[in-house]
Design a protein around this ligand. Structure first.
Ligand code: GDP
Length: 410
């Protein structure tokens, strides 16, 4: 078996938010638009997104399972669940450890709230590159601009407005993509068809001036682009997105997008931003591990299928249909069904049983899971959350997850 997706086309991401900002709704819409679920609810049959969600729940497949795989434009997106409640701080940290990038959801009426501050600080601690989704743009009092300002002021971040909302509150209809100078509208109830149009007359001047500012801002974030910009070169959108991506991965900025997941508007541009701007496992630095018998002997794990296996179990879930599922991320090597691996901390050998990839609407059995990927395994007896799995001849432990005092803001 070979890889279905090259490693640079993986995005291991989390939807990060405090409770009530719309994390569940946004996740559900992402799974809906990533296509695998279209056949469940069809407009022709008069079913709606909500019906689809109810059906999913009845079938017992949880949409927000520990990790769900989706596909968008030739990219594999593994969505890792990050709990939003403050009580689950340790759990939030554990999930932040396995993801490479995040989408932080804000309520457009509230902007930054105390709990969004907590999750933001945690994501900072784990160097998780982030883009922002200003959700609930349909609500009375919603403001994209004020929300971005609160991200700047309360989080000390560098948010970048990538869009201009078209219409506001109950009249919110679409967005202007500032770089592309195009308008996008959602005219059907499910928001399936994203319609591209010219920027509306009343926003044209603003869109042009914002583009000039945006180009300057992006150019300033990247040394190579700065030089070319100062030499008067006309930078293409591809160059700008490339430079912006480097800046996002380096934690220098947080591009912001507008939408309302409940009313099915704005999710597709957010998915485009996920693949354009968030890192692949190749973009992150090597993962640290240490020898089991000597903590001072550091080992670096590279996202390479041919290296010895290094995997981290980040969540155990008892699934009513299949049993005890251990969700894991492979940092290096290839995990194969039937393989014997070592849990070095417990000193136990484990046989890799069924390997399962979870989609929103199905589970696929796979024979192998490659470096950089996330899946679940059945049959582990002595392995728990936070445990490493590695090859027996070269035991090491992935850097332990520390749980410092949570940062509680007032
Ligand atoms: P979570 O706690 O972050 O997972 O938030 P949910 O997705 O459960 O949403 C919390 C509440 O906000 C629910 O009542 C949703 O229906 C509502 N909600 C989510 N997104 C939107 C939105 O775009 N607009 C409006 N008006 N309500 C929303």
């Amino acid at each position: 078996m070979a890889r279905e997706f090259p490693l640079e086309k993986y995005r291991n991401i989390g939807i990060i938010a405090h409770i009530d900002a719309g994390k569940t709704t946004t996740t559900e819409r992402i799974l809906f638009y990533t296509g695998k679920t279209y056949r469940i609810g069809s407009v022709d049959e008069g079913t709606t997104v909500t019906d689809w969600m109810v059906q999913e729940r009845e079938r017992g497949i949880t949409i927000v399972s520990a990790a769900v795989t989706a596909e968008w434009k030739d990219y594999r997106i593994n969505l890792i669940d990050t709990p939003g409640h403050i009580d689950f701080t340790a759990e939030v940290q554990r999930s932040l450890r396995v993801l490479d990038g995040g989408v932080v959801v804000f309520d457009a009426c509230q902007g930054v709230e105390p709990q969004s501050e907590t999750v933001w600080r945690q994501a900072d601690k784990y160097n998780v590159p982030r883009i922002c989704f200003i959700n609930k743009m349909d609500r009375t009092g919603a403001s994209y601009t004020n929300s971005i300002e609160s991200i700047r002021n309360r989080l000390g971040a560098n948010p970048i407005a990538m869009q201009i909302p078209i219409g506001s509150e109950s009249d919110f209809k679409g967005v202007v993509d500032i770089l592309k100078q195009k308008a996008y509208y959602w005219e059907d109830e499910l928001g399936i068809d994203m319609v591209e149009k010219e920027v509306p007359e009343e926003l044209r001047a603003e869109a042009i001036s914002q583009r000039d500012l945006l180009v300057e801002e992006i150019a300033g974030l990247d040394d190579e682009l700065t030089v070319r910009f100062l030499e008067g070169e006309e930078l293409s959108n591809e160059d700008l997105i490339h430079g912006l991506r480097k800046a996002v991965i380096a934690g220098k900025c947080n591009p912001c997008y507008a939408g309302t997941s409940l009313k099915n508007k704005g999710v597709q541009p957010l998915l485009d931003a996920v693949v354009d701007l968030l890192p692949s496992p190749l973009d992150i630095s090597a993962t640290k591990a240490h020898q089991i018998d000597d903590e001072s002997k550091e080992i670096l794990l590279h996202a390479d299928d041919n290296e010895p296996v290094g995997a981290l179990v980040f969540k155990i879930v008892t699934d009513p249909y299949v049993g005890r599922l251990a969700y894991f991320r492979v940092y290096s090597g290839t995990v194969k069904q039937g393989q014997m691996l070592l849990n070095p901390v417990k000193g136990k050998k484990e046989r890799i049983g069924r390997l399962i990839r979870m989609y929103a609407d199905r589970r696929d059995d796979v024979n192998e899971v490659y470096a950089g990927d996330i899946a679940a395994v059945l049959g582990l007896k002595d392995t728990f959350t936070g445990d490493t799995l590695c090859e027996q001849h070269k035991p090491f432990v992935l850097e332990s997850i520390s749980f410092p005092e949570p940062v509680i803001s007032v």
